[in-house]
Design a protein around this ligand. Structure first.
Ligand code: FAD
Ligand code: NAP
Length: 786
């Protein structure tokens, strides 16, 4: 190990990802590392048991930030372990690390996960070997990600050399420190809760607003935009230019996208074109079987064909094991004229042991891509005749496994064609997991097992259930698609879109919510193979919903906004005035699926770690939940109503909506609870003022400020817990700012109060710090989402 000639090219790539971006970026770096001769491994942070974190020497982290500065769900357990270890200042002196953070400056606590990780590792003695990268989705992540990756290799080579010379190149796991498994297993519930509370404290401490300096520095997009504008101006003046590309009819019924490529012909060269991700996947497709007899269609089309596998596979947390629930009811909560359509749905859960839920819980729903998008994509790939054919996915590089979300497709086709590594045998009806693992109310679906065993591995199922067709393609993906064009103009346009000069049009593509099918419809000669597309598409992730009842009787109710919206884009080449604006209907993945699901249909769900817990019955609670953010508080109300004797501690809800007539969600329930003295309701109406009964226009924070003295009193007495739920982008930030203002004003009226709290002066910074402290003490809890 200490030989001068030894070069330790070992590196672990660890990621924490909420929507798949961090995973995909980390995976691409890992693939490149393998190609560059590194002994690389790749893991999600919560798999720390597999990689023995304590013994790794060189780690490259790619971590995203979600909600209100929170780490992704798939790193929750890792944080507990890290916090435990990092209490010792020397715990990680052997470790060299680099961190790439992904975030969005539209939200508070930009790149908080990366900042917090960096801080904790540094405190525990680890050495950062390369600058921290903080990528901002608001301005285009690639502007930071690409140069950061470019610079990484030199640093990795340097430290590999260095390790060899100094003889530091210990094997992964060589240190032989105790793995975390035993430790974790021994933990009691109490210890865990204490840990979580400490963890929350640290998380909140790290949530002080930060200026995203590095993101700004790295972002040269504005410059590119300027160049683009200038080029566009020249172009227009010269009367040149390619036609705006609007596929007026859409492909296979998908709505069109409007882009303007006139700026291209004024450009001599493109800069900032990213590298295309290296090819990894390979596919073999078997001829499809004859179409099923009429009426033999699988009635369980609302479930992924491999749901039986998922339901019976063992996960590290059995509480989060997916299971099949049945849609029992669905009703509108809003009027036909409401700005957003909100529905209340009820699921029947299968067995009592699955229903150990409490108010404040949330759960995940597994939904498929819009079939129209799948059809359009199949047509574009010229695969429409093969949709029912069985597909086997393999890896072009035997050292590299295919991404996790594609591994169930690593079967051989007809036992021969696939060059898949780690190929498994084709599942037959007999290898389908037994029905006993599936909730009894749903065993009818096992009758479909044999059929789904085939369907689970078709071209159609991989595009419907495994990959995300909704997200706009990343610039690297556009670069890769340029290489799949038969037509030179299509290729050049795709290169332009991926370049610095194309930033303006790329942002337009994103603003039009164009997924891969819509984007490909613009470039008719672009025909990637299925394998290449699988390299480029991120995994399709489940969506989360808050349970809005006190779970009992095996039911979960939840309220959701149906994500269906219209966008408009100007078409500068329109021949007639009425065509000057192109209207595009867009839909989300999960909520339109839920809105259209027939009653009685099964769907795959899984519990999600709870963000909120109702405070004990003697603790006053203040709840802030505009729109569907009110959901968990309806559960809280029900839970308190069930307690005997009836709790006396007050419940105060700040609810907000646009109009008392159209979107006052749960109005009857809330007003009844108020009449019964179980709830104090402060409702705000942003557009119609609430009519005679309520009066006055405003947001929830306006009502809070009006009642500031009382809120501050409740908080100051040290008893109340305040909960905020809903939109992270605007409301979450503004409510926090309102609370800061309330505390500052309260302190002016009560000069003795800051000293009681050990604060010299209650200015906005001190008030913000106090809120952070209360958050750590779980007296100020937020569950915020985009
Ligand atoms: P997606 O396919 O995810 O599309 C959503 C995207 O569409 C947006 O991010 C945005 O980019 C775009 N978009 C949407 N509207 C517009 C517009 N008008 N203009 C331009 N672009 C637009 N949601 C609820 O409704 N109820 C809940 O109780 C709830 N609870 C949640 C609990 C948790 C813990 C979390 C994390 C989230 C929760 N959400 C809830 C949000 C929910 O998970 C989904 O994000 C939401 O339902 C959208 O899912 P979708 O698949 O239909 O849309
Ligand atoms: P919404 O669109 O946020 O609108 C509700 C009300 O809030 C409207 O009156 C709106 O007014 C107002 N509003 C807009 N900007 C505001 C601001 N800066 N401060 C305060 N109020 C503001 O409601 P929604 O459509 O139901 O969306 C709620 C969001 O929460 C969604 O993103 C949903 O996905 C999320 N959600 C998250 C969770 C969770 O994380 N557990 C649970 C449920 C819902 P105007 O439109 O008139 O401006």
């Amino acid at each position: 190990m200490s030989s001068d000639k030894f070069v330790d090219k070992q590196v672990a790539f660890l990621y924490a990802s909420q929507t798949g971006n961090a995973e995909s970026i980390s995976h691409n770096i890992y693939l490149e590392a393998i190609r560059r001769g590194f002994r690389a491994s790749h893991h999600v942070l919560d798999d720390y048991r597999k990689f023995n974190f304590d013994s790794l020497r060189t780690i490259v982290f790619v971590v995203s930030t979600t909600g209100d500065g929170d780490p992704p769900d798939n790193s929750a357990r890792f944080w507990r372990v890290l916090r435990k270890s990092s209490k010792q200042s020397e715990a990680y002196v052997h470790l060299r690390y680099a961190v790439l953070g992904l975030g969005d400056t539209n939200y508070s606590n930009f790149c908080n996960t990366a900042q917090r990780l960096d801080k904790q590792l540094e405190e525990a003695g680890a050495r950062r070997f390369y600058r921290k990268g903080l990528a901002d989705d608001a301005t285009g992540m690639e502007d930071v990600v690409e140069p950061w990756i470019d610079g990484l290799w030199e640093k990795l080579e340097e430290i590999a050399e260095c390790s060899g010379k100094k003889g530091e190149g210990a094997e992964e796991g060589e240190k032989g420190e105790k793995g975390e498994e035993g430790e974790e297993g021994e933990e009691g519930e109490e210890a865990k809760e204490a840990e979580e509370s400490e963890e929350a404290k640290e998380a909140e401490e790290a949530k002080e607003p930060k200026e995203p300096k590095e993101a700004k520095e790295a972002n040269e997009a504005n410059e590119a935009e300027e160049m683009n504008k200038a080029a566009s101006g020249d172009q227009a003046a010269a009367g040149l230019g390619a036609l705006s590309l609007s596929d007026a009819d859409g492909s296979a019924g998908i709505p069109p996208v409007v882009l303007d490529f006139r700026a291209m012909s004024g450009l001599s060269a493109l800069t900032g074109v990213p590298r295309a991700p290296a090819a990894l996947c390979t596919t073999a497709i078997a001829p499809p079987p004859p179409p099923p007899a009429p009426g033999a269609r699988d009635s369980a089309a609302s479930l992924p064909p491999w749901h039986l596998d998922i339901c019976s596979s063992s996960t590290s947390d059995p509480e989060q094991q997916p299971f099949v629930a049945v849609l029992r009811s669905r009703e509108p909560l809003t009027s036909d004229d409401a700005v957003k359509r909100t529905l209340l749905a009820e699921l029947q859960l299968p067995a009592p042991d699955r229903t150990r839920s409490r108010a404040g819980d949330a759960f995940n729903v597994y939904a498929p891509n819009d079939p129209r998008k799948v059809t359009a994509l199949l047509q574009q790939l010229r695969l429409d005749g093969k949709a029912g054919g069985r597909v086997a996915v393999g890896s072009l590089d035997e050292r590299i496994a295919v991404p996790v979300h594609l591994r169930r497709f690593t079967t051989t086709v007809g036992g021969s064609a696939a060059s898949a590594t780690s190929a498994t045998t084709v599942p037959s009806a007999t290898t389908v997991p037994s029905a006993t693992t599936v909730p009894s109310a749903h065993t009818a679906h096992t009758a479909h097992a044999a059929r789904t065993a085939h369907a689970a591995h078709t071209v159609d199922s991989v595009l419907r259930w495994a990959v995300d067709l909704h997200q706009p393609p990343k610039r690297q993906a556009l670069r890769a698609l340029a290489d799949c064009c038969a037509d030179a103009e299509d290729r050049e346009r795709l290169l332009f879109l991926s370049s610095r000069q194309g930033t303006g049009q790329y942002e337009r593509l994103r603003a039009q919510s164009a997924g891969v099918p819509e984007t490909l419809a613009l470039f008719p000669s672009c025909r990637p193979t299925l394998a290449r597309l699988l390299d480029l598409l991120p995994p399709l992730l489940p969506r989360s919903y808050s349970v809005c009842n006190a779970p009992q009787g095996g039911r979960w109710r939840f309220a959701f906004n149906v994500v269906e919206y219209a966008l408009e884009a100007a078409d500068p080449f329109a021949q007639r005035e009425e065509q000057a604006v192109v209207r595009m209907e867009r839909r989300g993945v999960c909520t339109p699926f839920l809105a259209a699901l027939p009653l009685g249909a099964p769907l795959l769900v899984a519990r999600r770690p709870a963000a909120f817990r109702l405070a004990p019955a003697d603790v006053p609670v203040i709840m802030v939940g505009p729109g569907t953010g009110v959901a968990p508080f309806i559960g809280f109300l029900e839970q308190r109503a069930m307690q005997r004797p009836l709790p006396e501690a007050p419940m105060w809800l700040f609810f907000g909506c646009r109009s008392a007539q159209h979107d006052f969600l749960f109005r009857r329930q809330l007003e009844d609870a108020q009449e019964a003295g179980r709830l104090r309701l402060s409702a705000s109406f942003s557009r119609d003022g609430g009519g005679a009964q309520y009066g006055g226009r405003g947001y929830v924070q306006d009502a809070m400020v009006e009642n500031g003295e009382e809120i501050a009193e409740l908080m100051a007495q040290g008893k109340a817990v305040i909960y905020v739920c809903g939109d992270a982008k605007g409301m979450g930030k503004d409510v926090n700012a309102a609370l800061v203002g309330i505390l500052v004003r309260y302190a002016e009226a009560h000069p003795e109060w800051p000293a009681q709290l050990g604060v010299a002066k209650m200015d906005p910074a001190a008030a913000a710090k106090l809120l952070t402290q209360w958050a750590a003490e779980k007296r100020y809890l937020r569950d915020l989402w985009a």
